[in-house]
Design a protein around this ligand. Structure first.
Ligand code: SAM
Ligand code: SF4
Length: 476
């Protein structure tokens, strides 16, 4: 316990006492079947008021099956997204540092039993090569990913983070690092926080305890509770931005969305802030991993869109991350529905940004659905009117909990987020873009400027001029 809060600091905690009330979730999902359309519309109106929904209300949306009402859910999610976040999309790339792992997650290519996987951890020199390749393409934000292995201690992870921030031998620099690694103890998180991380992400994979136990047969990850409270410990250690997620395909998608809602509610109640981001990866095929080829609860594209819209409406303040696991077509639709961050130009083999490796797949955790280069994704985003953003400003100015500000402070998006998005986009256009991306990007920036009131427009124009004169990292 820390300050009276259960934090499950050891692996031997009981798995049954936790904040995911399994029976209550089943009861709610049962009681809210065939909802009255008027009730659904009341809930949509509440969401448009930017209030977080209660679990019962989320369950009602999950049980809305009438296609016309589902369409209303989609349209409301689009409206809410536009109102709160505007048309910015934050871009990042995953950097896989090592795939050693002692766990046995049945769906993951990195599990210890997988003898077909080629095990690899980047050396310092290879890390530099990866950073060179990433910064040459224009990336500024990374999520660093590790398997779970004693080698990847908190000191080791902190060391990697420091090396990345210190990297200055490329054409650009990495300005924000998030981490997706095994849950740590409070002391472990403190060591990692010291190195200056942004968000610490842990996906619960499945919130359904019996399924969790089946899929994680051994190793530290077999403790459901240690993982579930992993982000409580991060917050106790002073990491304010935490990312939750579930791996869709392991169990009933409606149950998992409810799990994410109870997790959100728990963090809000205990710490006064909910998750900075929510991720909702769908399971993808992986080398020598039969379960990933054939997920037991495969989520259709339609249901995937439903769950994205419902998460957007249920937790209006949170960032929503969609990864390149998904194919470009689905990514396009998901963006409209509420997603605020995507990775692009991603490569998930260990060392695969810097070296094209015919064995890459055998070093990867799973296979990506969207393998387009960053510039192509940026071109497409711009052609659909989205402003690609590499902004890292809030976190570096100590404004952590960025999404809460976007959400809670009137005018914050207009005064900070949009100008910063334009400045980082202009920097990308100046330094990295192909001619066609530059052309469409400059036109988009012009169009955005035209929509600003005169005083803000001239201020932002002045800052953009500095970027055009090759000044870097101009921000508000
Ligand atoms: N090893 C750490 C852990 O498990 O928390 C951190 C990184 S793990 C490499 C990142 C995430 O990849 C996991 O939390 C899981 O949700 C996801 N993942 C594993 N296998 C996957 C698959 N076959 N398809 C899609 N995502 C997968
Ligand atoms: Fe290891 Fe994480 Fe993969 Fe599980 S999901 S096998 S812990 S890398």
């Amino acid at each position: 316990m820390a300050n009276g809060i259960k934090i499950a600091n050891t692996l031997s905690e009981s798995d049954t006492e936790c904040f995911i009330p399994h029976q209550e979730i089943f009861d709610l999902l049962e009681k809210t079947r065939n909802p009255d359309p008027a009730e659904v519309r009341d809930i949509l109106a509440k969401a448009m008021n930017k209030e977080r929904l209660l679990p019962r209300e989320t369950a009602t949306l999950l049980n809305t099956e009438d296609p016309e009402l589902v369409e209303e859910i989609f349209q409301t999610a689009k409206k809410l997204k536009q109102q709160v976040y505007g048309n910015r999309i934050v871009l990042f790339a995953p950097l896989y540092v090592g795939n050693e792992c002692i766990n046995g997650c049945l769906y993951c290519g990195f599990r210890v039993e997988n003898k077909e996987l080629i095990r690899k951890t980047l050396t310092d020199e290879e890390l530099e090569q990866e950073l060179y390749a990433l910064t040459s393409r224009g990336h500024k934000r990374l999520i660093v990913v590790f398997g779970e292995h004693p080698m990847y201690s908190p000191e080791y992870i902190a060391g990697v983070i420091r090396k990345i921030y210190a990297f200055k031998n490329g054409p650009g620099e990495i300005r924000r690092l998030n981490v997706n690694a095994a849950p740590q103890t409070v002391d472990g998180y403190k060591i990692i926080k010291e190195a200056g991380i942004g968000t610490f992400q842990i996906f619960q994979e499945t919130y359904h305890l019996p399924t969790y136990k089946k899929l994680h047969p051994h190793g530290p990850k077999s403790s459901y509770t240690y993982r579930l409270y992993g982000l409580d410990r991060a917050m106790v250690a002073g990491i304010d931005d935490v990312g939750i997620g579930a791996l869709f395909g392991l169990y009933d998608w409606k149950f998992e969305v409810m799990g994410l809602m109870y997790h959100t509610q728990h963090l809000e109640e205990r710490f006064g802030v909910g998750p900075h981001t929510i991720s909702f990866p769908r399971m993808e095929p992986a080398v020598n991993t039969p379960m990933a080829e054939n997920p037991p609860y495969k989520v259709s594209d339609y249901d995937f869109k439903r769950l994205i819209a419902i998460i957007r409406l249920s937790v209006p303040y949170t960032g929503m991350i969609l990864t390149a696991r998904e194919k470009p077509e689905i990514r396009r639709e998901a963006l409209e529905m509420g997603v605020s961050q995507i990775d692009a130009g991603s490569s998930i083999g260990i060392g695969s940004y810097s070296a094209s490796d015919p064995e890459e797949v055998k070093k990867s955790q799973f296979l990506l659905g969207d393998t387009r280069p960053l510039d192509e994704v940026i071109y497409e985003l711009a052609s659909h009117g989205y402003i690609p953003s590499f902004c890292t400003s809030c976190y570096r100015a100590g404004r952590t909990g960025q999404h809460f500000m976007e959400f809670a402070i009137p005018g914050f998006v207009k005064n900070f987020c949009t100008p910063n998005a334009l400045l980082t986009f202009e920097e990308y256009l100046m330094d990295y873009a192909s001619p066609k991306t530059k052309e469409i990007g400059e036109a988009l920036i012009e169009q955005e400027l035209m929509q600003m009131p005169e005083n803000r427009r001239s201020m932002v124009k002045g800052l953009l001029e500095r970027v055009k004169n090759h000044e870097h990292d101009v921000r508000l």
